[in-house]
Design a protein around this ligand. Structure first.
Ligand code: BGC
Length: 755
């Protein structure tokens, strides 16, 4: 019998419905992956990724090899006639040998650019927020969620994994990174990538390296000594790589000690290949490639998003012998072995509807671990809904949404921004840089706790109206914020003047004023003594309002601790003023519609360098304030809880792993989780800042409960990098091991002598 197409599909629908009706859980059992359709010599998953890659290489033509080493142009949002999945970039598939395309999407705190393709992605709390959980398991879950949503949307590689240390907290991408300590940042980024790759998606670590300011990022030359890099900035990458076996590193835009990061032999070969023994591939940041032979020799494997240097030019270089066949094969090998090692070849991507509910749950649970309680005078928090007749929320669009960080990391909100963004300006980056609010209303979340009639909102635009609303209410909660984005730096860590003014005005009208901050970097607080409570909510994600309401009302006990120091003022930073680029190093970007070829050619050639010098060296973050004896507003590792903890009985035993143990007691009336931290001062001969973090534990304690806590510290965490011998050494002598609740509250001390 012949059936028309419409009858065929009707029949299919009926058959599917029948199968669904008779097969319980038919949807849950639907496979998310499928076997590769054909069998090749390299299909055997029992072989090593390197052996499989070598078998493929033998089959490839020169053109096919080259096609793996570059992108296909900016492909944002383009699908259909191109092979792009609409992400930031992709490299071609080679169907003849079953090699899939690498479809890349930005995914720092969720999969980006959903709007242009009508796809939903979960917006998680931003990365620095999640780092305040100090929770490697949560970092894994965060990465695994992103991995699942990438796969569901047809992507095979994440461009997330930002792990630049916060040397410069005004960097507009501080919100995308994991804070100022290499052990904490590296551990969390490593677990994030491990989570991504558990879904057979290629993970990456970026931006390698010392890409610490956005102003003039394509031109700036970061001057920094090798020891400071190895012990700080590069150590974060090293720890993350060792934990995750990440598939790719993204080299950054800037120069480091003279050479662009994407053609920097020290970074890409001496450190990455030789010292770290990284077997995966190096992809350039978008437009960060500046040469063919030089970049290839230095260790760059793939140019993105175009092929100015690694397309025909690379092919010519191979033909002329400027780049050897062996070097070419090495680049190809690194990409292919990563496709095998991450399981992408064996588990081809199959699109699916993302699990929105699960995304919500994970986003909220991570937000609840990320929000940091900074001040709680006379126990104003938690707010008991039974006791308070009226609460007013003031400012920060708290009636409709929570803020997000912008740039290539921007996750598009379901239904669009809760606050309509201003029309994009003439800057072509403007489309990336629109202040975006997730539609998750703190007002509604708090009304659900207190009763709708008890919680109101005023915008704060009118100071007199804000003051009278605050006076009339039992409690006033001011929502203040700083928007942050790739493509710009903050001029200052201060809130906008009108926001400081609003807080001062409200606090003068009602002593029961609480400030909720939505920021991506530390903030100064000239008003801190005048308010009763301060809560750092960061950019808390799509369920941030519910998480915040749970913390404010005490349904959840806060556990988050700062992964960055909050200084008293910009003047206390290692560099009180940011070095800005001269005009020739930051030329005017062409407006939309203007010809961009001259601008792009200029960028590719390399904009004239300007210098920034990280002469604070090893003194990153808390190490700076410790060494310079500068008081801070809130120290690294600080965060309050609704209960209290007591530390006692420290013992420290040396060995390959140093074992640190102590007793931790919950001295309050409710259960809590304490992030107990261990630091060490090295012997003077080591020439180190006063102390460094060497380990921590998250400890759950019921009210009144005591636990013996053990933290095992790898001896590597006590070593210093010796540039002369290019090796890590233990300084002989006496180490002071300390434990406590923050970098400045370390009641326990114990000496450890190492030979
Ligand atoms: C950013 C990267 C991003 C890439 C692709 C660049 O401008 O620096 O972090 O992954 O664009 O969107």
């Amino acid at each position: 019998m012949k059936l028309s197409n419409s009858r065929k599909s009707a029949l299919c629908a009926v058959m599917l419905a029948a199968i669904a009706a008779t097969t319980p859980f038919a949807v849950a059992q639907f496979p998310r992956t499928q076997e590769p359709p054909k069998h090749y010599a390299w299909s055997d998953a029992a072989m090593s990724p390197d052996a499989r890659a070598d078998l493929v290489i033998k089959e490839l033509t020169l053109e096919e090899k080259i096609s793996l080493l570059h992108g296909q142009g900016m492909s944002f949002g383009q699908t259909g006639p191109t092979a792009s999945n609409g992400g930031a970039g992709y490299s071609n598939a080679i169907p003849r040998v079953g090699i899939p395309a690498i479809q890349m999407a930005d995914s720092a705190y969720g999969v980006t650019r959903g709007a242009s393709s009508g796809r939903y992605s979960t917006a998680l709390p931003n990365n620095l927020a999640a780092a305040s959980s100090w929770d490697p398991e949560a970092a894994f879950e965060y990465g695994a969620l992103i991995g699942r949503e990438l796969r569901a949307q047809g992507y095979s590689m994440s461009l997330g994994g930002g792990v630049n240390l916060t040397r410069e907290p005004r960097n507009g991408r501080t919100f995308e990174y994991q804070g100022e300590d290499p052990l904490l940042a590296g551990t969390l980024a490593g677990n994030f990538v491990k989570g991504v790759q558990s879904e057979h998606i290629i993970g990456d670590l970026k931006h390698y390296a010392v890409n610490d300011q956005e102003s003039g990022r394509n031109a700036v030359n970061a001057n920094i000594d090798k020891r400071s890099m190895r012990e700080s900035d590069l150590l974060a990458f090293e720890i993350a790589f060792k934990i995750s076996d990440v598939g790719a590193f993204m080299c950054s835009y800037n120069r480091v000690n003279g050479d662009f990061a994407c053609e920097n032999t020290y970074l890409l070969t001496d450190v990455l290949r030789k010292a770290f023994e990284f077997p995966g591939f190096v992809v350039s940041d978008w437009g960060g490639t500046h040469s063919t032979a030089k970049a290839s020799h230095a260790g760059l494997d793939q140019e993105q998003p175009g092929k100015t240097f690694f397309g025909d030019a690379l092919q010519d270089a191979v033909k002329s012998g400027d780049v050897s066949q062996a070097e070419l094969d090495e680049h190809v090998h690194r990409i292919l072995r990563t496709i095998f090692a991450t399981g992408l070849f064996d588990h081809p991507v199959v699109k699916q509807v993302p699990d929105v509910e699960r995304g919500f749950e994970i986003a909220q649970s991570i937000a609840e671990k990320s929000i940091v309680l900074l001040k709680n005078e006379r126990g104003i928090l938690p707010l008991d809904p039974a006791k308070f007749g009226s609460v007013v929320l003031i400012g920060g669009h708290a009636d409709v949404g929570v803020l997000t960080g912008g740039g290539s990391a921007q996750v598009d909100p379901p239904g669009g921004s809760a606050v309509p963004p201003p029309p994009p300006g003439p800057n072509p980056m403007a489309a990336f840089m629109r202040v975006t609010w997730l539609p998750d209303s703190p007002l509604r979340a708090l009304q659900a706790k207190f009763g709708a009639g008890k919680v109101s909102y005023v915008s704060g635009d009118d100071l007199a109206a804000a003051a009278s609303a605050a006076k009339a209410a039992n409690v006033a909660i001011v929502f203040a914020y700083t928007w942050e984005s790739e493509g710009m730096d903050l001029k200052t860590l201060d809130l906008a003047a009108e926001q400081n003014k609003l807080i001062e005005t409200v606090a003068a009208a009602n002593p029961k004023t609480i400030v909720v901050l939505e920021t991506g970097s530390p903030t100064t607080m000239p008003w801190v003594d005048k308010v009763a409570g301060v809560v750092e909510a960061w950019y808390p994600g799509i369920k941030g309002a519910e998480a915040l309401a749970n913390l404010l009302t005490g349904e959840v006990n806060p556990t988050g601790k700062l992964a960055v120091t909050f200084p008293l003022s910009d003047a206390d930073l290692p560099h009180p003023t940011l070095v800005l680029p001269p005009p020739e190093s930051q030329p005017r970007r062409p407006a939309p519609g203007e010809d961009i070829s001259a601008f792009m050619a200029n960028m590719a050639k390399g904009l004239p360098a300007f210098q920034t010098t990280y002469d604070e060296k090893l003194k990153v973050g808390y190490k700076w304030y410790d060494a310079e004896k500068k008081p801070v507003l809130f120290p690294f590792g600080f965060g309050l809880s609704y209960t209290t903890y007591a530390y006692s009985g420290l013992t420290v035993k040396g060995g390959e792993a140093v074992s640190v143990s102590f007793t931790l007691r919950n001295t309050g009336k409710r259960a809590g989780t304490e992030i107990a931290q261990v630091y060490a001062s090295l012997p003077d001969s080591a020439g180190e800042p006063p102390k460094r973090l060497i380990g921590w534990a998250r400890v759950d304690l019921a009210a009144g409960e005591s636990k013996q806590v053990s933290v095992s510290v790898d001896q590597d965490r006590l070593k210093v990098y010796d540039e002369a011998s290019d090796s890590w050494k233990l300084a002989p002598g006496s180490y002071n091991v300390m434990a406590g609740g923050s970098s400045q509250s370390l009641p326990l001390h114990q000496q450890l002598t190492l030979p």
